[in-house]
Design a protein around this ligand. Sequence first.
Ligand code: MNI
Length: 476
Amino acid sequence: MGRLRRWLVGLVALACAVGLLAAVGPQPSGTGPWQERFITDAQGRALILYGLNTSSSAKSSADGMPWIKQGDVAAEYNLLGTDFVRYLIQWRQVEPRPGHYDDAYLAQVAQRVAWYRQQGYHVLLDMHQDVYGPAVGGNGAPPWATDSDGLPAKPQNPWELTYIQPGVIHAFDEFWGTAPDHPEYRQQYAAAWTHVAKYFAGDDTVIGYDLMNEPWGGSVQGAAFESGPLASMYQDTIDAIRTVDQKHWLFVEPAAVSTNWGMPSALPKLADPRAGEARIGYAPHLYPEPIDSGGSYTGGNVFLTDRTLASWAAQVQRTATRLDAPVLLGEWGLDATQPGSHLYVDHVQTLLDQMMIGESYWSSDPGSWSPWQAPGKPSDIAPVLGTAYPRAIAGEPVSFGYDKGTLQLTVDWTDKAGVTGSTDLYLPPSDFPNGGDVSLNGEYTSTWNPRTHILSITVPPKAGLVHTLTVTPSTS
Ligand code: MNI
């Protein structure tokens, strides 16, 4: 145990050191400013996805369903004004026996997707795993696709250390093909995804697929893993999905042990065989230490955390540029009952607005990390998470941000050919009880929906103009 703890502490120290270097080091030559891309909807509008992960409870429930009932989706909207959910699914549920797909499970998933549709959400289906699968103490992969070679896989504390149990490492090696016995596993994974994609190909509430949660390389780590077996699994899975679904966004994640802590990713550019523009997105996670281990955003932890945030932003922009992909922060979060948690949430929200990317907070499961203390009972962090943001921007975003001091939401954008519809803003009732006053450098029409708290702005196109919008709370 002592050795394992030292290993983890050493890894975190390394992460911090690399983070510091990356944050203060020179920009590598040849990488100019971030050529940012955006996730777009059917009208071509840039989507800023703001939401929660639902849910950790789905990892271990017998039917693979999350804790939520239909009413909890409406409650989530009323509490936070979110437009998005990263929804956990599991390979073991999709394919309980080799080649046998459980469409009754997918029908239950589709029913929940319909609940979100009624609230105007976009849904990202996340093929979740932690520690490979239940046969080695984790969740995700079916037991029939788990070959631990009989090696030990004992649950560890903290749970992340279970990843270095020999049986877990072997199970991953067999999956990645770096152990020799099961080259079929990766093909079966791609085939399972293809089945899911075929099932949801016509569903417009589904925005895309997150191909694997927090990948881990087993005995092959770092760049050798990300540019080797991880990239080849992604490419095979992308190619397979595109035979049945040309429309949805396909999100890839880096190795969790690099990017979660602000270190570089070596993920290479992946090809999208769909007709038209590529729809491949980059969905890294953000878990600075010691926040990830339940530490608070106070004292010396603030310095370490802030350096990790700066490093994370720089590394994510580099990787996204290399992938030519829009970015979505798939997971971040903290024990929100700790002192300083509201400052961390504010800080991350400000950073994400500067980067112009969306996020899904971990997680909706009622408890100390959640905006719910218990179902229907909000926690103190809820009003901090439920912030003003542009849900959709009808053009090419230039910048946006919300100043919680002056209660000013600003959004700048330019026209983009082929984009139709309105720019939609969520104005939380806590700050905008009577809606918003609009200031814009040109003509516009606006509609305010007092039930959804969404302000929609439509502007006539004007070549060369940066539309500059500011919204402040109405006084009546
Ligand atoms: O912090 C992690 C994490 C740490 C270490 C490792 N490895 C050693 C491979 C992997 C992951 N993950 C953070 C969150 N991600 C899951 C869900 O995806 C949440 O339960 C964790 O809080």
